[in-house]
Write a protein that binds this ligand. Structure first.
Ligand code: ADP
Length: 491
């Protein structure tokens, strides 16, 4: 099958969060299974050019309709760790993708609807006829609308669209001018409750909703999150739309790429290990992590947090877990950043406050390489999320023998099973889970995890081994996505 992914992120070249890992990992798995996969991305100035092999300009004459003119674009091609990637570079005074960051500008909806139109124009002009176009999140939600209402009439009748919701908190709610920008006239047609009109703001259109309504199939990234966004306020207003389209909607748990996230072959860690090589190598990585971050060597567990510092991730509870861990015989390592200056500054001030503490290191920034060493060298990882569509961090941690302490929500609920209270058999229990989104909840789990580490190291080791034995590779989800592609292709 021939699949084209249209996406704002792909690891490791343009990564903000899990979306990037999912695009890379799924594309890789689909290729292993004999499919032809291409990825179309914006050509950001801030992307990791060092992660692209053989980058070259392959198309210099792409003119993309936008408002009442055409914007000249060049298209580059290169391999990102073997994946075939196209990068679209617009030459316009708006400098859509030359701003030093991926997101966070007021005209983000304009930037990414332009990219969506450009990706389709590129496919059209180069005669690409994929079986499936797989789009991700609101940034590419307009793609199926453009495909079925513009490009189909121009002869692109073959492709079907699969759309994946990675996080419903961000929906791309924007003004109707966007319709005009991308060449969709008939504003009154699209400003309809059954189509693109936002469910809260009748004067706005919603790009995530566009993707849900117009795609042939819609997925989200875990079964629990699929349920939550159909039945709770976590849908941020799109629950009704999802229920209307329930017959073409389902949750597929993400995988992780074990070629990238695997302590047995990881180039970023000094001591490689696996489930059957014993714990000593993991502890050598712990030593290395301490040396790198200038933490003291001591008989204490290291509790870690890796991830965006965002309200979704429970910033207050992350702060609480730092102080709780330090007060209860642990060391703490944090690697995270936020586009929100207030949150960033708050953690920078915590960092200053804890600077002289030999048991604590807060690294405010994005550092892929360091993240590998933290996964390998820590004993526990905390994820006190308010909501978590899937969460890759806990799956990566499990593979590295780092015990997750998580709140029971979304994909965390589907992957972490409590050591004491899970209904699963003992050999499937792999972490600690709490329900209430408050300090008491967090404490109830962290207290048990730390207690187990000190009092029953043998039991703690069993949890580690149980976690490392899980298969969260792309094997199962890859098969699942192929079934979905085949299903929509035959319709
Ligand atoms: P989300 O997509 O909500 O950000 P996920 O758990 O799905 O969260 O994915 C997070 C991914 O991003 C993981 O691979 C994690 O290791 C990585 N990550 C997040 N923040 C950082 C950071 N500051 N430095 C390095 N890697 C990070």
């Amino acid at each position: 099958m021939y699949i084209v992914m249209v996406t704002a992120e792909c690891a490791p070249v343009a990564k903000v969060g899990g979306l990037a890992d999912v695009v890379y990992g799924l594309a890789h798995e689909l290729e292993i299974r004999g499919n032809d996969v291409e990825i179309i991305l914006p050509k950001y100035d801030c992307m990791r050019h060092d992660q692209i092999y053989g980058m070259q300009k392959i198309f210099n004459d792409l003119w993309v309709p936008f408002y009442d003119r055409r914007i000249h674009c060049s298209v580059f091609f290169g391999f990102v760790h073997g994946r075939k990637c196209f990068f679209i570079e617009p030459h316009s005074e708006k400098n859509f993708f030359n701003r030093g960051v991926y997101y966070g500008h007021q005209d983000d909806p304009e930037r990414f609807t332009f990219f969506s139109r450009a990706a389709l124009e590129f496919m059209f002009k180069t005669g690409k006829s994929p079986d499936v176009i797989h789009c991700h999140d609101w940034q590419t939600g307009i793609v199926p609308v453009l495909l079925f209402d513009i490009y189909k009439n121009l002869g692109m009748t073959h492709p079907r669209v699969c759309f994946t919701l990675h996080n419903l908190k961000h929906q791309g709610v924007t003004g109707g001018f966007i319709l005009n920008a991308v060449g969709l006239g008939r504003a009154e047609h699209y400003f309809h409750h059954d189509r693109l009109r936002d469910n809260f703001y009748p004067g706005a259109i919603n790009l995530m909703k566009a993707g849900i309504v117009y795609s042939n199939f819609v997925t989200t990234v875990s079964p629990s999150y699929a349920w939550e966004i159909q039945n709770t306020s976590l849908s941020y207003g799109l629950g009704q739309t999802l229920n209307t389209h329930a017959q073409k909607f389902g949750g597929v748990l993400n995988g992780i790429d074990y070629d990238v996230w695997n302590p047995a072959i990881d180039r970023h860690i000094p001591h490689r290990y696996a489930v059957n090589t014993g714990q000593e190598k993991k502890y050598k990585n712990k030593e290395a992590l301490r040396n790198r971050l200038l933490l003291r060597q001591d008989y204490k567990p290291i509790v870690a947090y890796i991830g965006r510092l965002d309200h979704q991730k429970g910033v207050d509870l992350i702060r609480d877990s730092i102080f709780y861990s330090l007060a209860n015989g642990c060391q703490f390592v944090l690697l995270g950043s936020s586009p929100d200056h207030g949150i960033n500054n708050y953690f920078l001030s915590l960092k200053r406050q804890l600077n002289d503490n030999p048991d604590c290191h807060l690294e405010i920034g994005f550092d892929e390489e360091l993240s590998h060493l933290i996964y390998a060298g820590s004993d526990m990882i905390v994820l006190p999320s308010l909501f978590e569509p899937c969460g890759l961090t806990q799956m990566i941690a499990l593979k590295y023998g780092t015990v997750p302490v998580v709140r029971a929500t979304g994909g965390l609920r589907d992957t972490v099973f409590d050591a004491d209270y899970s209904s699963r058999p003992y050999h499937e229990r792999n972490g600690y889970v709490f329900n209430d989104f408050n300090f008491k909840g967090l404490e109830s789990a962290l207290h048990r995890a730390i207690g187990m580490w000190y009092a029953y190291p043998q039991h703690f080791r069993e949890l580690i081994v149980n976690g490392m034995r899980y298969d969260f590779s792309w094997n199962h989800p890859g098969r699942h996505y192929l079934n979905i592609y085949e299903y929509i292709r035959d319709k």
